[in-house]
Design a protein around this ligand. Structure first.
Ligand code: FAD
Length: 445
């Protein structure tokens, strides 16, 4: 059972009675019925790439892990309706590839796409790098099939863009982190493949300029702007240290960088023209200092690899204290400025690894120990550092979880930052759908 018990970051190993590996929704239903009859808690598990200890059991050893990995069929693709129907255990990359074979785009994209499952993506309402244009996983889902906590199969696999028939049950299960039922299948939205996607890495002086660049790019490029990622020079240095084979395009270093992606439904020429003009205007207006524009698919991938290797470089460097936070876009620069000052005053010399999907107001604000301090020892400061960062998030009208969810890791933080009114509504939903409390107990609430 070992591979199913330790989380992706290797921070926690739980215990379980067994790992169940059903092959289809009917088997999932039978297993949930058996668990309900014997009051055995279930921990649904997809690709186990979640970062908040949601998909591993706790230390009690009284639960079973329910792996959805064998539910891995692409069930149907309707090119005219632009939908694909899949099993919940399908790997995200498999769905992207199945869509591409039919000339369609499934736009959900994240660094874990080679191993995360769509059931996990739906259950965490994953974000990723294309939210700016296409939305979170919630916006990409039209219908669900769910095994309820009673072991019944709810077939809500409707491929409809409009469906106002009462409460939206689908949206309850999306983002529920396996606490309300088990997702076994989904109908997902597809889009036309863009004719061209062009990427640039733009060097800037400070996060505030990233916001000016975002405004400019949105004004000039509208819906063609599909990606807008901020990363500090420290992040790129970290990638350089742990992945020296990845080429870094700038000879001189700059304080911050924005990775910008434009997609065009017209032509590559159109996308390149729009991007180059936007960057030229940004440099003329002193928003940007320098830029490189990828001139081939290979170069574009190389730029994205720099961004996607930041979490991997961090993992290679050692354990650190992570925050996945959302802020109103307009307040991101103020948040970074004031939080940096507070964290550095309390922990002089610590290393701030700040990057994220800034176009969506989502930052990964991670804190690593000062050089020379053991990473394990530094984790003892986690609660105190969380307090500084999350209080600052609250002061800037943000959220303590943008895209990773709550899991077991942020459960106590949720209590601190959400009102009793809000928590009570969540508890009421949980009690109504899972009265025995067997669905992923101890997660979220
Ligand atoms: P798991 O980790 O297996 O499960 C996650 C949660 O969903 C758990 O609570 C689990 O119980 C529940 N669950 C899983 N499957 C089901 C199901 N079928 N029914 C009911 N509940 C279920 N996340 C982002 O949003 N954006 C990013 O850009 C991003 N980048 C990442 C980069 C790296 C390198 C890594 C390691 C992770 C990243 N993540 C990101 C986090 C993670 O990949 C996502 O949360 C992903 O959606 C989890 O999918 P999974 O299949 O691995 O789910």
């Amino acid at each position: 059972m070992a591979p199913f018990l330790t989380d992706w970051r290797g921070r926690f190993t739980g215990r379980a009675l067994a790992v169940l590996r059903p092959a289809d929704p009917q088997q999932v239903a039978q297993l949930v019925q058996a668990c309900a009859a014997h009051r055995v808690p279930l921990v649904p598990q997809g690709g186990k790439t979640g970062l908040v200890l949601g998909s591993v059991p706790d230390a009690s050893g009284n639960a079973v892990v329910l792996s959805l990995a064998r539910l891995n069929r692409v069930r149907a693709l309707d090119a005219l309706n632009r939908t694909i129907t899949v099993d919940a255990g399908c790997i995200l990359q498999t769905i992207q590839e199945a869509a591409a074979l039919e000339g369609c785009l499934f736009p959900l994209s994240l660094a874990a796409e080679g191993s995360c499952s769509i059931g996990g993506n739906l259950s965490t309402n994953a974000g990723g790098t294309a939210v700016l244009r296409y939305g979170n996983t919630r916006e990409l889902c039209l219908g669900l099939e769910v095994v309820t906590a009673q072991g019944e199969i709810w077939n809500g696999l409707r491929g409809l863009r409009k469906d106002n028939t009462g409460y939206d049950l689908r949206d309850l299960f999306i983002g529920a982190e396996g606490t309300l039922g088990v997702i076994t299948g989904a109908v997902l939205r597809l889009f036309p493949q863009p004719k061209a996607s062009i990427t640039a890495l733009v060097a800037i002086g400070a996060p505030r300029q990233a916001l000016d660049l975002l405004t400019l790019a949105q004004e000039r490029c509208g819906a063609s702007l599909t990606g807008f990622e901020l990363m500090s020079d420290f992040c790129l240095r970290l990638v350089g240290t742990h992945f020296p084979s990845l080429a870094q395009p700038f000879v001189t270093r700059h304080p911050q960088y924005v990775l910008l992606e434009l997609s065009s439904s017209e032509s590559e020429q159109h996308a390149v023209g729009l991007l180059e003009q936007t960057i030229a205007d940004a440099i003329a207006q002193d928003i940007a200092d320098d830029a490189v524009v990828a001139t081939s698919v290979g170069q574009s991938l190389a730029l994205w690899q720099l961004r996607e290797h930041i979490p991997l470089a961090q993992a290679a460097a050692g354990k650190n204290i992570k925050h996945d936070i959302a802020l109103p876009v307009s307040r991101i620069a103020d948040f970074i400025d004031s939080t940096d000052v507070q964290v550095l005053a309390a922990y002089p010399g610590c290393q701030l690894v700040c990057f994220g999907h800034v176009g969506d107001g989502n930052l990964h604000y991670n804190v690593a120990p000062p050089p020379g301090t053991a990473h394990e020892d530094f984790l003892a400061n986690q609660d105190a550092i969380n307090r500084i960062v999350h209080d600052s998030v609250a002061a800037h009208a943000g959220s303590i979880s943008a895209e990773h969810g709550i899991g077991a890791l942020k459960r106590d933080e949720l209590k601190r930052y959400r009102s009793e009114v809000e928590l009570n509504m969540m508890r009421a939903i949980k009690a109504a759908l899972d009265p025995l409390g067997i669905m992923n107990p101890g997660k979220i609430l």
